[in-house]
Design a protein. Structure first.
Length: 285
């Protein structure tokens, strides 16, 4: 079983637990996900099965879209509703116009410091393990991009937001930063991922009603240029033998997918000095 199942992850479950459930339910030999969701979050979780686990790093790089609900006036150590309250402040001065101004200041490219309660590792240890021991670790900011940050609804103290962003964006941190901009603090109460790359919530499956016939073929997962390999060269591709780009008709200066004539995914490669360099080779696509 090779392909990607788009799951609507339920709340209260880790991404790893969701992957394990799908793996057992479908009898897959291997499984992994293409982008973690926190346990409180719901929505699009791409679960890669079999040979498609080799595609997971590419899915991690995809842009994402979310619906978020923030609560003004309360800051927590985890930056969401699951954490211990670290500060409460009045929010009655906050208006919809003030929120709009704060959101405008957070759009575009910017640096974001990963939260302590995250899986980012320092010295091989996830930051959240340090945080649970009360240890604060200095973190390097990461460059992120916020393409859409819109106010959907303001019902004090709740602020509903629509967000489209680059990979690696922590919505919890974004909400906390907006709360700081407003002078009252804020934490993330709800989060729903509605888009991850080409995967939409409209096509996601429910955990209690998995349909194997809706698993996406590996050929339908990535948005990279496609090169069709003639049958005579298929074995050489699977064996990782390099070819000049012109021999297989591959584009120069790009990463691309290589398919057999039956649209089976053979490999992902890129141009290096006019020859194919293989990034991933698949035994069945």
């Amino acid at each position: 079983m090779n392909g990607v199942l788009v799951l609507d992850k339920p709340p209260g479950m880790s991404s790893a637990a969701a992957v394990d459930h799908v793996k057992r339910a479908l009898g897959a030999s291997r499984a992994g996900h293409g982008g973690t969701l926190d346990p409180i979050a719901t929505g699009v979780l791409a679960i890669c099965l079999g040979e498609a686990t080799k595609l997971a790093p590419y899915l991690l790089a995809d842009d994402k879209a979310y619906e978020a609900l923030a609560v003004l006036g309360v800051a927590t150590d985890t930056l969401d509703r699951t954490g211990a309250v670290t500060e409460t402040r009045p929010y009655d001065h906050v208006t919809a116009d003030a929120i709009e101004r704060a959101l405008a200041g957070r759009r575009g490219e910017q640096d974001q410091v990963p939260p302590m309660y995250s899986a980012v590792k320092r010295g091989g240890v996830p930051l959240y393990k340090h945080a649970r021991r009360g240890i604060e670790i200095e973190r390097e900011p990461r460059r992120i991009r916020i393409d859409r940050l819109e106010l959907v609804r303001f019902e004090p103290p709740h602020v509903a937001l629509s967000i489209a962003c680059s990979k690696g964006t922590y919505v919890r941190s974004l909400v906390a930063d907006i709360g700081a901009d407003l002078g009252c603090g804020a934490n993330l109460a709800q989060l729903r991922r509605t888009q991850s790359g080409r995967f939409s919530i409209d096509t996601a499956q429910q955990l209690d009603a998995l349909d194997p016939t809706r698993i996406l073929a590996m050929a339908d997962v990535l948005e990279l240029p496609i090169v069709t390999i003639p049958e005579a060269l298929v074995t050489t591709i699977r064996n990782g033998i390099q070819h000049p780009l012109e021999r297989i008709g591959a584009p120069a200066g790009q990463q691309f997918q290589m398919f057999d004539e039956a649209r089976g995914l053979l490999a992902i490669g890129h141009d290096e000095g006019g020859h194919v360099v293989y990034d991933r080779v698949f035994t069945g696509g």
